[in-house]
Design a binder for this molecule. Structure first.
Ligand code: SF4
Length: 182
């Protein structure tokens, strides 16, 4: 069993499979992700490849803010990816809703729907930033810690909630770019 686990860990490190999930993006981030697979950046040479089924994926790359329409699909797909799954938020939209903040059709930033492990800022982020984010995700993936364990640790490290269960800054406006751009 230990040998089997070791083989799985090696396979994940050397050839992580990505599932791309568009939760409501303008397609700008999606085009940059596709550019990573093109001949210039060619991440498949590094063993990183897109997978069509969430059940076979290791890393979920989410673009766009979560809309009312896509929320059920986001939750379902997250549940279908086997542990230890890692979530990468691609661009400013899943981090802050960006230009879509305040729209009645937006459910909110991605971390209100599923746990997020890596943020790749930018509108859209450049392919080299996306590749760096995926490399960070691979590091988390090979640690072998489940999504639940990582979430529990993150919550333990957050500031304590007040008497009504709210954490400092939890209601702060989330519009704008996480990288500081207006
Ligand atoms: S971050 Fe920018 S490019 Fe990416 S989906 Fe949002 S608006 Fe489009």
């Amino acid at each position: 069993m230990a040998l089997f686990d070791s083989l799985i860990r090696t396979a994940r490190r050397r050839s992580p499979w990505l599932f791309h999930l568009n939760a409501g993006s303008c397609n700008g981030c999606d085009i940059e992700l596709v550019a990573c697979l093109g001949p210039r950046f060619d991440v498949e040479q590094l063993g990183i490849r897109l997978e069509g089924s969430p059940r076979h994926a290791d890393i979920i790359v989410v673009s766009g803010p979560v809309t009312r329409t896509t929320r059920p699909a986001v939750e379902t797909i997250y549940a279908q990816v086997p542990d230890p799954k890692v979530v990468v938020a691609l661009g400013s939209c899943p981090a802050s809703c960006n230009v879509f903040a305040g729209s009645p059709t937006i459910e909110g930033p991605l971390d209100r729907v599923i746990p997020v492990d890596v943020y790749v800022p930018g509108c859209p982020p450049r392919p080299d930033a996306i590749i760096a984010g995926i490399a960070e995700a691979i590091g988390i993936l090979v640690s072998g810690r489940s999504a639940h364990e990582r979430l529990t640790q993150r919550r333990a490290e957050e500031p304590a909630a007040d008497g009504r269960g709210r954490r400092p800054g939890a209601n702060a406006p989330r519009s704008g770019h996480p990288d500081g751009a207006p």
